[in-house]
Design a protein around this ligand. Structure first.
Ligand code: SAH
Length: 348
């Protein structure tokens, strides 16, 4: 099956011309429908015979919304998307005053094995293609009833490690910022990584103006290894140095994500170690308390400890704020996204 949302306009035209003798203006019409997440049956200005032929070999809508859960707390929405092979992934839409931010998945499952995260519980099933990452954005954007950009900001912070699926993520960035497509600026896109150092450097070299977030969670190598296996491959110093390189190359400030786990990484000594690791760097630290994931047995830090930790970082000269947690009641918050059907449930 050819996933048409994987293709740029010129790739689509080439494919359609070579295989179906389609003229570029029809190709452009199809591309516009794909951008609106419309399936073949809805492509009303495309000849029916061609649509029937395409149905045999191609997938038009790579991600179909099969369920939507809305948070009673803050209106955050979690979507279950079905992929053409029956796999299910999750995405979350957070509504802010300045616009809507969609958190997308980059893989079905994840192989990074972070001890506190739900996405990695069943391991990696497969990478998402560029069009499947894009498809999540297009499907949700289409809910905006014709508003060109209902989704104004995108964060690659759902299931998966985006830098473990590097080529497809890079192609996704090209597709989503295409002027013939929905044209979301890279400045409105953030990529979060657990610290795949060579790929951070490779991304920096590609010249995107994308925002980068490093999920650090502990500045001590031995302790970080206990919760994040990626630390066996790259030290915190190497990860931070790659971030520094990213900043030099792109001019984009890096965000450090720090999730506080009760009694594991939330002491004054931890704040001190973090401050010294980041001392010569222009970064901002986003602090949150761990969100519950029942299988992990780990607990988030207390409210008072969280405030104390942020206060300590500030005193130590590190810019830090608490990150608002959204959609917690629908398990739509950081680290709570998972392959829902593994449990045999449907998200309720
Ligand atoms: N693999 C990438 C993208 C996932 S982003 C990465 O690691 O950055 C998801 C963010 O939520 C990461 O910062 C991750 O470390 C964090 N996270 C995972 N589980 C969490 C949990 N239970 N509570 C709070 N944050 C969590």
């Amino acid at each position: 099956m050819v996933l048409l949302q994987d293709l740029t306009l010129s790739e689509l035209n080439q494919y359609l011309t070579e295989n179906y003798g389609v003229k570029p203006f029809v190709g452009k019409q199809i591309y516009q429908w794909l951008t609106k997440s419309v399936d073949f049956d809805g492509m009303t200005n495309v000849p029916k015979a061609l649509r029937e032929q395409l149905k045999q070999n191609c997938v038009a809508v790579s991600c179909k919304i099969i369920q939507t859960l809305t948070s009673a707390l803050d209106g955050t929405q979690k979507f279950l998307f079905e992929l053409h092979d029956g796999n299910v992934i999750e995405g979350v839409l957070m509504k802010y005053k300045y616009g809507n931010t969609l958190c997308v998945s980059s893989q079905v499952g994840c192989r990074m094995g972070c001890k506190f995260c739900a996405s990695t519980l069943g391991g990696l099933v497969r990478n998402l293609s560029a069009g499947e990452i894009l498809g999540q954005v297009l499907a949700v954007n289409a809910l905006g009833n014709g508003k060109e950009r209902y989704v104004t900001n995108i964060v690659l912070m759902g299931s998966g490690e985006p830098l473990d699926n590097f080529d497809n993520v890079v192609k996704f960035l090209q597709l989503v910022s295409d002027v013939d497509g929905i044209n979301v600026s890279e400045r409105n896109i953030s990529l979060s990584t657990c610290g795949v150092v060579p790929k951070i450097r490779a991304l920096a070299d590609m010249g995107f103006s994308l925002n980068l977030t490093l999920s650090l969670h502990n500045a001590d190598n031995d302790e970080r290894k206990q919760i994040m296996p990626i630390s066996n491959a790259y030290s915190v110093e190497e990860a931070v140095s790659a971030c520094r390189y990213y900043f030099q190359k792109t001019g984009r400030r890096v965000i450090i994500e720090y999730t506080l786990i009760d009694k594991q990484n939330d002491s004054y000594a931890h704040a001190l170690k973090l401050a010294s690791l980041l001392s010569d760097m222009s970064v901002h630290v986003n602090v949150i308390a761990l969100n519950p994931v029942k299988e992990t047995g780990l607990k988030g830090t207390s409210e008072s400890n969280l405030k104390k930790f942020i206060g300590n970082l500030e005193k130590l000269g590190v810019s830090a704020t608490r990150r608002r947690t959204m959609g917690q009641d629908i398990e739509g918050a950081c680290g709570q996204l998972r392959r829902r059907y593994l449990e045999g449930g449907n998200g309720n």
